[in-house]
Design a protein around this ligand. Sequence first.
Ligand SMILES: OC[C@H]1NNC[C@@H](O)[C@@H]1O
Length: 443
Amino acid sequence: MRAVFPEGFLWGVATASYQIEGADFEDGKGPSIWTDFSHRPGKVNSGDNGDVACDHYHRFSEDIELMKQLGVNSYRFSISWSRVLPEGRGKINRKGSDFYNKLIDRLLEVGIQPMVTLYHWDLPLELHRKIDGWESRDMRHYFGDYSSLVFSEFGDRVKHWITLNEPYCSSHVSYLWGEHAPGKRDLKTSLTVAHNLLLSHGEAVRRFREVVKDGTIGLANVSTFVEPATDSKEDRWAARIRDQFINGWFFETPITGEYPSELFKRFNDAGVQPLIEDGDMDLISTPFDFWGVNYYTRNVIRKEESSILGSEVVQGELAKTEMGWEVYPEGLEAFLYKTFKEYGKKPIYITENGMACKDKLTDGFVEDFERVDYMKRHFSSALSALKAGVDLRGFYVWSLLDNFEWSYGYSKRFGLVYVDYEKGLKRIPKRSYYYYRDFLERD
Ligand SMILES: OC[C@H]1NNC[C@@H](O)[C@@H]1O
């Protein structure tokens, strides 16, 4: 099936710094909000943290060899802001930037194109403590300075960049639901954080244009297909509003320069809307080059007036992953088509797609046939979107390695490669790794 994808299509795997690197206190790296949060009792399953993670910081050559053997032509990873700028601003930590230089150089040596995410949730703790982190409007300046620094350091070799990973998560999962660092629970704060994240996205795009003249930059969003539980007018309206909250707020706004109107009015009437100053919406809608779609599942929505969103998520009847997420590849095709049609007709990369399975070693191997089936069905859905005219440019499987799955710790395994946490973090390719390798090899 691979041969029917366009020439130059990027087939990759994706990871993120705090989830795989470890060395959280090494070589001058500063703590992040996840260093602090994961060490707070009760915040992460089994008290897990990213102090060591998959030890990718020391084993990156071995992990690149796994990618080379896999046959991918691209690798999406994130830079740890506090590894490069320990306090989030000021003097660069050369040992930190050296790690990423070695990583990038090795990837290029073996013919793997880096796609780099500037921010994948691990905010320098100093910025959180000194200026209230993402609650502060000043963050756009600090994020802009950090962005300019890494564009200057790595932009000569890295040509595909992502400003933010899933601002929906680094705002609402972190400041409304409270499940992620820093674990706050207030809607007005969360909407303010979302606004400051989007301002920072726009600032980073403007800095990018000044530094990297021959690259492209995009925004990678949570991309959950939202549909009503019934065909009733109430459920269809509830699903529309929920879709604006999860998706439209972060897909529509950077294109139109306006928040989705129905939901914004709802928040305004409740007095929780973000403070918008002159020039904000222009900055947020600074033109960028591509969308990153992180697709996993759908949400089935029904009316529930007690919530400010006027809805609740109901359990669908489809087979589910270890995260309790329905397997719904049809939603990927529909989401890609809608994103392309309604959000600027921009090129799209599927920057994350994968599933958590109950992966068990049996005689030293993992037969994760469920994950193979999941991949087959989502590759097929991506192909359908391409055939329907979507300008799809790449597909990154989440994830190369089993890794730190945030508040779930190491209990949820998304990797194509099993990481044996009991036996020295040994890497053991699963059945799905070999499926992907054969898929990439075949024409
Ligand atoms: O839950 C699986 C993934 N989802 N997107 C963001 C990543 O950091 C997660 O591990």
